[in-house]
Design a protein around this ligand. Structure first.
Ligand SMILES: *[C@@H]1O[C@H](CO)[C@@H](O)[C@H](O)[C@H]1NC(C)=O
Ligand SMILES: *[C@@H]1O[C@H](CO)[C@@H](O)[C@H](O)[C@H]1NC(C)=O
Ligand SMILES: *[C@@H]1O[C@H](CO)[C@@H](O)[C@H](O)[C@H]1NC(C)=O
Ligand SMILES: *[C@@H]1O[C@H](CO)[C@@H](O)[C@H](O)[C@H]1NC(C)=O
Ligand SMILES: *[C@@H]1O[C@H](CO)[C@@H](O)[C@H](O)[C@H]1NC(C)=O
Ligand SMILES: *[C@@H]1O[C@H](CO)[C@@H](O)[C@H](O)[C@H]1NC(C)=O
Length: 613
């Protein structure tokens, strides 16, 4: 029943609005390493209150419900970062244990316990965590255990073996196992993790094979239009129609993972003396950074823009996964400056104001210093939510402000000590039937529970799409009431509503499919992608942004503030928000100091667009 817990946590979180303000607010000075260390130490401490893997009876590496397996890997990566920036080794042993406990029988992050949910992206997050451990010379595993590098290579090898030419001319599927829902979906984050690991392995080892795969992945992303000519990255598409109907949501971790991978390719090609390629990757870094700033930062100009998970944050629809995405964008933007140093001024400015805004709203919970999700357009009000994602994101963005002082990542030839194994994970290559998996083990009770989950989740989703169907001439409240009475929470009418959505147009059809898939996926505990996120409200589009792809829902006029704010009806099943999505033109970007205000040292070359040479 994990699905229900997961959904409800996301939704009820917004209900516990406000309440306690004990007046504790971090006073972060982003120019002082002492201040950064002290604030991040407290945030880390609060983050670790969610982690049960080091408690009696807990399983190392795992977070409790409602968090999925992958987020445990993301957390381990965050803890490696914490040590890297601060030198504080408090959590190192916990981190090492977590990373090593989840490797599975073939040392490739395919533990049998997770086969009901594990997708390529989930495995990828663990892979990126150990890649970071190798690059930072994080304490190596004890004798007889696989090295960080070998583990990252294993993730790479198993994924390369899954590259699927049968549909869409390549790419990784979202899910690994055929029985998991989402097996027929190819999503950007799976490619993003693979690309990111491949590029970093190329740099770390100097082995060109990894670089070839990074190139191949990028080219495929561009060919299927998951990356468009403005370097905007969309969620994914189904294999059923050869990846032609793109799900147009944009999430910050996609662009972040590609950004860091592209930066690694700059460094790799430079080291390999391939100057033409260096120039090409340099331009891609710039393009990705452009779209990152345009889409995922809110405010008037670079100096006071603040990071935002734009597709779900303003409307209180970020699910438990999505609540953590800003952690990775922060992490990867900062790391990018090491391999693409010309990006430093710009990235520093963006992370600086974001960190101040993030720390400023950490005034929640019993201790008066828990962090919520909303940094942008917020003068320090806690949004009433707490969680691993919120805590991790705040910690990463604060830490990122020390990137200049942090050591450069190492490679095998510059002091890296991690032990590799180019053929790691080989025993799992091409396996679709993992060790330890018992077929048919789902009993009747589980199925019934799953069916209930499906209905609840589907109903929740449908209430979420009310805005797409809404009559813009009416208030949010009226639309909401109309919609509710028409759906009436019965599966049959819910299904009818899906059919209705389905008939409206391409984008909506796709969305309905996503809804159904998500419903099913959740019932088999398989969904960890982000298909049901919201498309970017048009207000967020940067000045040079193209119209969304032909599949865009409702011409880009989805959800949010058309009917003005404030009705805020909420019955606990579904979030209803009267929030008006912030528009970049009326932004009240705040925070941030002006210390780093120099213009970015741009070495922009001619515009070639994202496609490969
Ligand atoms: C798998 O589940 C069992 C039983 O809960 C547990 O003992 C074991 O540690 C788990 N393994 C991993 C890698 O999580
Ligand atoms: C499927 O899409 C790919 C990538 O866009 C394209 O190269 C290929 O020709 C398409 N195949 C079919 C059968 O349409
Ligand atoms: C790393 O460098 C060492 C020493 O130069 C070499 O023996 C080893 O094979 C290298 N490992 C990889 C993965 O390239
Ligand atoms: C990035 O944005 C700048 C400023 O708008 C523009 O001049 C440049 O061409 C863009 N770079 C790429 C690669 O799109
Ligand atoms: C380079 O990586 C490939 C892919 O994993 C591997 O097959 C090959 O053995 C590696 N080469 C070296 C010299 O390590
Ligand atoms: C900013 O937040 C306030 C208060 O939550 C909200 O009323 C307003 O609509 C928001 N403004 C923008 C531009 O998002």
């Amino acid at each position: 029943m994990r699905c229900c817990a997961r959904r409800n946590a996301a939704f009820t979180a917004v209900l516990v609005f406000s309440a306690s303000r004990l007046g504790y607010a971090y006073d972060l000075d982003v120019t002082s390493t002492d201040s950064i260390k002290s604030v991040s130490k407290d945030i880390a401490q609060d983050l670790m209150t969610f982690y049960t893997g080091n408690r009696p009876g807990g399983i190392p590496g795992l977070l409790p419900d409602p968090y999925y397996w992958w987020e445990g890997g993301a957390l381990m990566g965050a803890l490696v970062d914490y040590w890297y920036y601060t030198g504080d080794s408090t959590y190192n042993d916990i981190t090492q244990r977590g990373l090593l406990h989840q490797v599975g029988p073939y040392n490739d992050y395919m533990p049998p316990n997770q086969t009901l949910t594990e997708g390529n992206d989930d495995q990828g997050f663990w892979g990126m965590a150990v890649m970071t451990a190798a690059e930072y010379n994080f304490q190596d595993p004890p004798e007889g255990q696989p090295g960080w590098l070998a583990l990252a290579q294993a993730v790479f090898n198993t994924q390369a073996a899954r590259w699927d030419m049968d549909h869409c001319n390549g790419g990784l599927r979202w899910q690994i196992f055929t029985w998991n829902n989402g097996f027929n979906y190819k999503n950007s984050i799976s490619q993003a993790c693979f690309f990111n690991i491949a590029a970093r392995l190329a740099l770390y080892t100097g082995n060109a094979t990894y670089a070839d795969w990074a190139v191949k992945t990028w080219d495929w992303m561009v060919n299927v239009n998951f990356i468009d000519h403005n370097y905007r990255i969309y969620d994914g598409a189904h294999t059923d129609d050869n990846c032609t109907t793109i799900t147009p949501y944009e999430f910050s971790y996609n662009v972040g993972a590609f950004l860091l991978g592209a930066a690694a390719m700059v460094a790799y090609t430079d080291q390999a003396g391939q100057s033409g390629d260096t120039e090409m990757w340099h331009e891609r870094v710039d393009g990705l950074l452009n779209s990152t700033e345009e889409v995922f930062f809110y405010g008037d100009n670079t100096q006071d823009k603040i990071m935002i998970e734009v597709a779900c944050e303003g409307v209180n629809l970020c699910d438990v996964d999505q609540q953590s995405f800003k952690a990775y964008l922060s992490r990867w933007m900062a790391a990018t400056t090491k391999w693409a140093p010309w990006t430093f001024d710009r990235i520093k400015a963006l992370l600086q104001s974001s960190a101040v805004a993030a720390a400023n709203q950490c005034t929640g919970g019993d201790n008066g210093r828990m962090c919520g999700l909303k940094w942008a357009n917020n003068s320090g009000q806690w949004d009433g939510t707490t969680g691993v994602g919120q805590q991790m994101a705040a910690m990463e963005v604060v830490l990122a402000n020390m990137i200049q002082q942090a050591k450069a990542p190492v490679t095998n030839s510059t002091g890296g000590t991690s032990v590799g194994d180019p053929s790691a994970g080989g025993s799992d290559d091409g396996r679709y039937d993992p060790v330890g998996w018992q077929h048919g083990s789902i009993d009747g009770g589980d199925r019934a529970g799953a069916a209930i989950c499906t209905v609840i989740v589907l109903a929740s989703f449908l209430t979420a799409v009310v805005f797409m169907l809404a009559d813009e001439t009416k208030s949010t409240r009226d639309n909401w009431d109309n919609f509710r009475s028409s759906v009436a929470a019965s599966p049959a009418t819910a299904a009818a509503a899906v059919a209705k959505v389905r008939n409206v147009g391409h984008g909506k059809k796709d969305n309905a499919k996503a809804a159904q898939e998500k419903g099913k996926g959740v019932s088999s505990e398989s969904s960890s992608s982000t298909e049901t996120g919201e498309k970017i409200p048009s207000a967020f589009k940067g000045p040079s942004a193209p119209p969304p792809p032909a599949t865009a829902l409702n011409g880009g006029r989805m959800r949010g503030g058309r009917s003005g704010g404030g009705s805020g009806s909420n019955d606990g099943i579904s979030p209803v928000s009267g929030d008006t999505p912030p528009s970049s033109s009326s932004a009240s970007g705040r925070g941030g100091t002006t210390a780093m205000r120099s213009p970015r040292s741009s070495v922009l070359k001619k515009t070639k667009g994202p496609s490969s040479k």
